[in-house]
Ligand binder design. Structure first.
Ligand code: C2E
Ligand code: MG
Ligand code: MG
Length: 694
C-alpha cells in the first residue's frame, strides 16, 4: 500500500482499530484474548482489561462451549471458515446475536493467532423476525389487506383480499382503489373519509363495495396512512372484512328486539324509547303528549274460538286500522297480547286526544274480515296526558292502564281519561288483591243467603248465596269490589269452590230442617266457568254426599258465558244439565239478551236485572213484561231482582212474574237469620215428623 511520508503506519492502524465500528479482537492459539478494540469490548460490555488474558468462551453460553471449541479447533487445524451467526451473552446477561468471522495469522512457533471481527446484529435480527411474522400475518389473516400508494393506486394485496373480492394482485395492481366503489354511497361519503384521513391519519367504518362478480357487500374497513420520514403520505393500508352477513343478523336481531313479528309494529321495548322521545319533545315545545292504551274487547274469546292463527291475522288487521287512524308522526306499538299503545304528540289539549280516540273506536264499527270471516271487534281506550297527569313516564303508563281498566268497566267500546280518583281506586284494588290471598287462608269469607219469594204463595222457596268478605281492617268489602280482583288473580277458583260447598251444606241442612224443596242459587263468574281448572263437576259428588239431587242448587251465570261458548263450557253446561242442576241467567237485560242462546242452552230461569225493576214506573214496566212473556213462552221461570217496595212486588205479580228477590223481603242474611226466617214461615208437616223421629 502506498503511504504518505509523514505518517506512522502503526499509529495509523491503532487509530483505525480504535475508531472502527466493527468489533475486532485478537485471540491466541489457546483461545485467550490478546487484544480487543473499543467496539468489541462495547459489544460485550467489558473493558479491555476485563478481557485480555480471558478465554474467548466467556461470551458464549456454557452449553455451547463444546461445539464452539470444536469449530474453533477445526478452523485452526483445517482452516474451515468460522464466519456466521452466533448466540452470545453480554456482560449484563443480555442475549445477543452477532455475526463474526475469523482469519488466522502466524504468531508464535506455528501457533497462529486469530483475528476476529464481530458485528452486533441483534436489532437487525429482531426486525427481520418481526417482518417475518408480519408477512405471515399478511399472508394468512382472514382480513383482506390492500396497500396503495400516495395516489391511492394499488401496490399490494394479500390472499384474503383475493378470496374476498375475487380480484388477484395482477388484475388490480396499479389501478385506483376507487375501482371497488359501490354506487350505494354518494360522493360526499368518500369525501368525508378523505377528510378524516387527512386530519387523523386513519378512518374506521363500514362501507359498501362491489366484488369482481358485481355483488355488493358491506365491509368493515380500517384505513391507515403511512408517511415517509419527511411527513409525506407514502401509503394507505386498507384492512377490511366482509360483514354483510353479520350485519344482516344484527339487523334481524335488532328488529326482533324492537318489533312485533305479528303486526310489524314496534314492540313494548321500542315503544318505551318512543315514549321517552315524545316526552322530551313535549317538554321542549310545551305541547301536550297523550298516551292511549288500546285493548281489544273479548279478544281472548275470539282467539279461543277461531284459533290462534286467525287471532294473529286479526291483530295484524287491527293494527292496520289503528295505523290508518293515527296522524303522521304519532307512534303506535303493540305492547302485549291484544294491547296496543298510541303516542299522540303536539296536542293543544285533551279534547284533541279525545277526538282521535273516538275516531279510532269508530273505525271498528265495520267488521274486520279475516279468512273470509267477518269478525266484529271493539276496543276500549284509556288515556293519560303528559305532563298534565304526571311527569313520570312509568306513571303515565300506569295511569293510561287504569283509565283503560275504567273504560272496560264502563261496558267496553268506550274511552276513559285518567283521573286522580282512578288512581286512588287502583291503589285500593292493588292492596285488596294482596289481602285477598290471605283472606281465603284465614277464613275471612262468609256466605249470606238472600231469600227468593214465590210471588204466588209468598213463601221463601229459593235463596241466593252471596259471598261476603269480612276484612280485618276495612270491614265488610262488597263482592262487586273483590270478585273482579279474584277473577284477575285466579283466586276466583278456590273462592267459588268454597262458596259452592258452603251453599250445598246449607241447602242440605235447610232441606232437612225447614223446607224440603229449597233451592240455593250459586253465582258463577265467567272466568271461573271458562277455566280449564274449574272443578264444578266435583259438586255433584258433594251433593250426593249430602243425599241431595241436582235440583237442590242452581247456577247463576251471565249471558257472556254463552256467547262464543267454547267446547269446554258447552260440555260443562251439558254435564250440569244431566245432573239436574238448573241454570239461571243473572242480570238479564243488561247484556246481549239473545233468545237464541236461551233456547240452545236449555236455560231454566231468567233473573231480571234490578235496573228494570227499579224503573217499573217508567220504561221498565214494558221491558219486564216483555221478558216475562218471552221467558214463559220458552218455558223459563222469571225472578225479579232488587224488589224494594210492595208496589213493585204487586206490579210484578200482576204481570206474571214467578219469583222476587230484594230488600223488601230481606237482604242477604247470615245463615242463622236466614234459617230463622225459614223457620218462621212454618215447617212443613213431613219435615217436622222426620225431624222429631230422629
Ligand atoms: P247478583 O248476583 O246480581 O246479586 C244480587 C246483588 O244485588 C247482591 O249484591 C244483593 O245484595 C243485591 N241486592 C239484592 N236485593 C237488592 C235490593 O232490593 N236492592 C238493591 N239495591 N240491591 C239488592 P251483592 O251481594 O253486593 O253482590 C254483588 C254481585 O257480586 C252479585 O250480583 C254477584 O254477581 C257477585 N257475587 C256475589 N257472590 C258471589 C259468589 O259467590 N261468586 C261469584 N262469582 N259472584 C258473586
Ligand atoms: Mg246472582
Ligand atoms: Mg243479579
Amino acid at each position: 500500500m502506498q503511504q504518505l511520508p509523514d505518517r506512522d503506519p502503526d499509529q495509523l492502524m491503532r487509530a483505525i482499530l480504535a475508531r472502527a465500528p466493527v468489533g475486532i479482537a485478537v485471540i491466541d492459539y489457546e483461545g485467550r484474548y490478546v487484544s480487543v478494540n473499543p467496539a468489541y469490548s462495547e459489544i460485550y460490555g467489558y473493558t479491555l482489561a476485563d478481557m485480555v488474558g480471558e478465554n474467548f468462551l466467556m461470551v458464549f453460553p456454557e452449553e455451547a462451549h463444546a461445539a464452539v471449541l470444536a469449530r474453533h479447533q477445526d478452523f485452526l487445524d483445517n482452516g474451515t471458515p468460522l464466519g456466521g451467526e452466533w448466540d452470545v451473552f453480554r456482560r449484563d446477561g443480555a442475549k445477543l446475536k452477532v455475526w463474526s468471522n475469523s482469519v488466522s495469522f502466524p504468531a508464535r512457533q506455528g501457533k497462529p493467532d486469530r483475528l476476529v471481527y464481530v458485528l452486533d446484529i441483534t436489532d437487525q435480527k429482531k426486525a427481520q423476525e418481526q417482518e417475518r411474522i408480519a408477512n405471515t400475518v399478511y399472508q394468512t389473516t382472514s382480513e383482506a389487506i390492500m396497500v396503495t400508494d400516495a395516489d391511492n393506486r394499488i401496490i399490494a394485496v394479500n390472499p384474503a383480499f383475493t378470496r374476498l373480492t375475487g380480484w388477484t394482485l395482477s388484475e388490480v395492481v396499479g389501478r385506483s382503489a376507487e375501482m371497488f366503489r359501490s354506487e350505494r354511497h354518494p360522493e360526499a361519503f368518500y369525501a368525508e373519509i378523505w377528510a378524516a384521513l387527512k386530519s387523523y391519519g386513519y378512518w374506521i367504518g363500514e362501507l359498501w363495495d362491489q366484488r369482481k362478480d358485481g355483488e355488493h357487500y358491506l365491509r368493515e374497513t380500517a384505513v391507515t396512512i403511512v408517511k415517509d420520514s419527511f411527513g409525506n403520505v407514502k401509503n394507505h393500508v386498507i384492512v377490511f372484512s366482509d360483514v354483510t352477513e353479520r350485519k344482516a343478523a344484527e339487523d334481524l336481531i335488532r328488529w326482533q328486539a324492537n318489533y312485533d313479528s305479528v303486526t310489524g309494529l314496534p314492540n313494548r321495548h321500542m315503544f318505551g324509547k318512543q315514549l321517552a322521545e315524545g316526552a322530551s319533545r313535549a317538554t321542549e315545545t310545551g305541547a301536550t303528549m297523550a298516551l292511549l292504551m288500546i285493548d281489544l274487547d273479548r279478544f281472548k274469546e275470539i282467539n279461543d274460538t277461531l284459533g290462534h292463527s286467525v287471532g294473529d291475522r286479526l291483530l295484524a288487521k287491527v293494527s292496520d286500522r289503528l295505523k290508518e287512524g293515527k296522524r303522521a308522526g304519532d307512534a303506535i306499538a303493540r305492547i302485549g297480547g291484544d294491547e296496543f299503545a298510541l303516542i299522540l304528540t303536539d296536542l293543544a289539549d285533551a279534547s284533541e286526544a279525545e277526538g282521535i280516540a273516538r275516531d279510532l273506536l269508530g273505525r271498528f264499527e265495520t267488521p274486520v274480515t279475516v279468512d273470509f270471516e267477518q269478525v266484529y271487534i271493539t276496543a276500549s281506550i284509556g288515556i293519560s296526558l303528559y305532563p298534565g297527569d304526571t311527569q313520570s313516564l312509568e306513571e303515565l303508563f300506569r295511569n293510561a292502564d287504569q283509565a283503560l281498566y275504567a273504560a272496560k268497566g264502563f261496558g267496553r267500546n268506550c274511552l276513559h281519561f285518567f283521573t286522580p280518583a282512578l288512581q286512588r281506586a287502583a291503589n285500593v284494588r292493588m292492596r285488596l288483591a294482596n289481602d285477598l290471598r290471605q283472606a281465603i287462608a284465614d277464613g275471612q269469607f262468609v256466605v249470606h243467603y238472600q231469600p227468593i219469594i214465590d210471588l204466588q204463595c209468598g213463601q221463601v222457596v229459593k235463596a241466593e248465596a252471596l259471598v261476603r268478605w269480612q276484612h280485618p281492617t276495612r270491614g265488610l268489602v262488597s263482592p262487586a269490589t273483590f270478585i273482579p280482583l279474584a277473577e284477575d288473580t285466579g283466586l276466583i277458583l278456590p273462592l267459588g269452590d268454597w262458596v259452592a260447598r258452603q251453599a250445598i251444606a246449607e241447602v242440605a241442612h235447610c232441606r232437612r230442617t225447614y223446607a224440603p224443596n229449597l233451592q240455593i242459587a250459586i253465582n258463577q263468574s265467567p272466568t271461573q266457568f271458562r277455566s280449564p281448572a274449574f272443578s264444578g263437576l266435583g259438586w255433584m259428588a258433594e251433593l250426593a254426599r249430602h243425599g241431595l239431587t241436582g235440583q237442590a242448587i242452581c247456577l247463576e251465570i251471565t249471558e257472556g258465558v254463552l256467547l262464543n261458548a267454547e267446547p269446554t263450557v258447552m260440555n260443562t253446561l251439558i254435564a250440569f244439565r244431566d245432573a239436574g242442576i238448573e241454570i239461571a241467567i243473572d242480570d238479564f237485560g243488561t247484556g246481549y239478551s239473545s233468545l237464541a242462546y236461551l233456547r240452545k242452552f236449555d236455560i231454566d230461569t231468567l233473573k231480571i236485572d234490578r235496573s228494570f225493576v227499579s224503573d217499573l214506573e217508567g220504561a221498565g214496566l214494558d221491558i219486564c213484561e216483555a221478558i216475562i212473556v218471552m221467558a214463559h213462552r220458552l218455558g223459563l221461570k222469571v225472578v225479579a231482582e232488587g224488589v224494594e217496595t210492595e208496589q213493585q212486588r204487586d206490579v210484578l205479580k200482576s204481570i206474571g212474574c214467578d219469583y222476587a228477590q230484594g230488600y223488601l223481603f230481606a237482604p242477604g242474611l247470615p245463615s242463622e237469620a236466614f234459617e230463622a226466617m225459614l223457620g218462621a214461615q212454618g215447617v212443613p208437616a213431613g219435615v217436622r215428623q222426620a225431624a222429631s223421629a230422629q
